[in-house]
Write a protein that binds this ligand. Structure first.
Ligand code: FES
Length: 109
């Protein structure tokens, strides 16, 4: 198995801009973004806090450890934790605060 293949990963923000980074299959999307000098929000880096949430709209991602901060329905909807998400194909991921806001249900409604 080759753990070093690089997948083209498009990060897209709701405001309309995009960045393409190369993410190795053995590194998290968050680490790949940092290597590309792109700052994404994060907290725990262990899959527990959901600060780094993105949503996969195309491609395949696997979590390197259990994504404790996400519920099954979040996973089914394509949400991933970028601190532990490793690409398994070229992919496109929505990032930014809007994605995180969608994830956290509003307790006032
Ligand atoms: S930084 Fe906490 S879940 Fe990713």
């Amino acid at each position: 198995m080759s753990g070093s293949s690089v997948h083209e990963t498009v990060l897209s923000w709701s405001a309309g801009h995009e960045r393409v980074i190369g993410a190795r299959a053995d590194e998290s999307v968050l680490s790949a973004a940092e290597r590309a000098d792109l700052a994404l929000p994060f907290g725990c880096r262990t899959g527990a806090c959901a600060t780094c949430t993105g949503r996969v709209v195309d491609g395949r991602i696997e979590h390197s450890r259990p994504p404790r901060a996400l519920k099954d329905r979040h996973l089914a909807a394509g949400y991933v934790l970028l601190c532990i998400a490793e690409p398994r194909s070229d992919c496109r991921i929505e990032v930014g605060s809007d994605v995180q806001t969608e994830l956290v249900s509003n307790p006032w409604k």
